[in-house]
Ligand binder design. Structure first.
Ligand code: GUN
Length: 288
């Protein structure tokens, strides 16, 4: 039997509408309009599309935005100076530096310059450490979106076997903590894992986040498992996920498509994080 298709477009629309309502309530209750600052360095066409979509989503949610577009030859010191200034600017609640930056810029050094209270990507050492310690903080958008999709699909996480393939700072590592926080039994698989099909076969929840088109096939999936495909790979045949959808849809209980699965969730969760950062900054002003 064919799996339930988890519709990321629908879930992301629901999250964005919820955030828009909450932004309006926050402002009506005396809060300030949340503001996101985006920083884009260079000419990567995909990055330009992503940032344009983020700015559009801000507008629709009633969130203000300030966009900084810098030439590809911008040096690291100037970029860090800008990121620090945004961190000190009381009119800014969230800072998003679009990744990856051009090759001559060290992304880690730029991330380290982001004020953790405004780190709506959840990438600073402060927020990554809070998440790893099971404490509240700003959570990276894509893994937060994965959890929303699992909840929407009604997938039981308590006690479930969850296997994450991929260990990136943006997705795999934060997901380990998020799923542990929901009391799943978590396995982190990666490029050196021996017998990947056997490890994946254990999963009630299988998440693919490696960036290798079609890596996971039917032989990796336990019948009835929920399969979340975070991969967005540009191939000659168009956008492909890390999961061979046509094979796996016949085995899984539920599956996200690519495109239209995890992708739309990232922006929705960015809106949610920007509101969360604005609320927390507003409370910090009251209580110190
Ligand atoms: N590039 C690809 N995904 C992301 C993301 O989630 N945040 C940022 N800042 N850049 C990205």
């Amino acid at each position: 039997m064919s799996a339930q298709i988890i519709d990321g477009k629908q879930v992301s629309t629901e999250v964005r509408e919820r955030v828009a309502d909450e932004v309006a309530e926050f402002i009506a209750g005396g809060g300030h309009q949340p503001v996101l600052a985006t920083v884009l360095v260079g000419d990567d066409p995909a990055s330009h599309v992503y940032v344009a979509n983020k700015l559009k989503a801000c507008k629709a949610a009633g969130i203000g935005s300030v966009h900084h577009e810098l030439p590809a030859e911008t040096n690291q010191r100037d970029l860090i100076t800008l990121v620090r200034a945004l961190g000190d600017d009381d009119g800014i609640d969230g800072i998003l530096v679009q990744l990856p930056p051009p090759d001559h810029i060290d992304a880690d050094a730029v991330i380290a310059a982001i004020n953790p209270a405004k780190d709506v990507d959840g990438l600073t050492a402060t927020n990554a450490g809070l998440l790893a310690g099971g404490r509240p903080g700003l959570v990276p958008c894509t893994p937060a979106g994965v959890i929303e999709l699992l909840d929407h699909a009604g997938t039981e996480l308590e006690g479930a076997e969850a296997v994450i393939v991929g260990r990136s700072n943006l997705v795999g590592r934060p997901l380990i903590s998020l799923l542990l926080g929901r009391n799943a039994t978590v396995t982190a698989a990666h490029s050196r894992t021996r017998d990947l099909p056997a490890v994946c076969q254990r999963a009630d929840v299988l998440v693919a986040a490696v960036g290798v088109p079609g890596l996971l096939g039917a032989e990796h999936v336990k019948p009835g498992a929920t399969v979340i495909d975070v991969g967005i790979n540009r191939t000659d045949d168009g956008l492909k996920g890390d999961v061979d959808f046509d094979q796996v849809v016949e085995v899984a209980g539920a599956i996200t498509p690519v495109p239209g699965g995890v992708g739309p969730m990232t922006i929705a969760m960015l809106m949610a994080n920007t509101l969360e950062a604005a609320r927390a900054r507003s409370l910090a002003k009251v209580w110190g």
